[in-house]
Ligand binder design. Sequence first.
Ligand code: SF4
Ligand code: FES
Length: 232
Amino acid sequence: MKIKILRQTLPNTEPYWEGFDVDVNKDMTIAGVLDHINYNDDIIDDTGKKTSRIRWECSCLQGMCGSCAMVINGIPALACETMIRDLKGKEITIRPLQKFPVIYDLVVDRSIIYENLKKINMFIGEYIPVENKKPKKREKELEHQYEVAKCLKCGLCLEVCPNYVNGNNFFGALFANDCYLVSSRNQSKLTEIIQGYEEHFGKTCSKAFSCMDVCPMHIPTLASMAKMNRYY
Ligand code: SF4
Ligand code: FES
């Protein structure tokens, strides 16, 4: 199969496409394909030229860390969760996320995600739950908190969001979910979090909801937004 990868040597150099002919099977993931290309002592491209190893990030290889987020056939996804059998066509294109600065090849700098969270002290701190809730309602609340806490900070929701631009005032879906999680676990932070939510999410979100389509953890962002909007 032809695999085309958008490569970049350094943060300030021009990206370029490089093709590889790879012997794949339908049960491989894109992470497996990248490993397969990198496995040999000599890495040969589809013109027969010797080239360098593809640089990309991974850690868990089981959809738990978010580090392998990239754009596969035009769709932002996790490389370790994307199976060859689910892709259409005879060619696969792989490029780095576009909403973050590229460091090299498929590796991007996503530190802005954490910098944005630090700006409004997005940490739970002390656990101060909501009082006087009916047991059934409370159980539902805990379920939602659990779902939201699965966020990998992979950045896929920011990649597809039409409103997210790296470095601007809008922090995207993962931020809205964290606003809900932190304020529902520690009620003493509610006022501060609501202000941050309004400033960095509520004012700008145009409800495209593409964030929910690509989220590998299927986080119910709409439900988090509904809860935050009710507080707000
Ligand atoms: S909300 Fe989903 S897509 Fe966005 S960072 Fe978290 S896990 Fe990734
Ligand atoms: S390597 Fe951890 S999510 Fe893909």
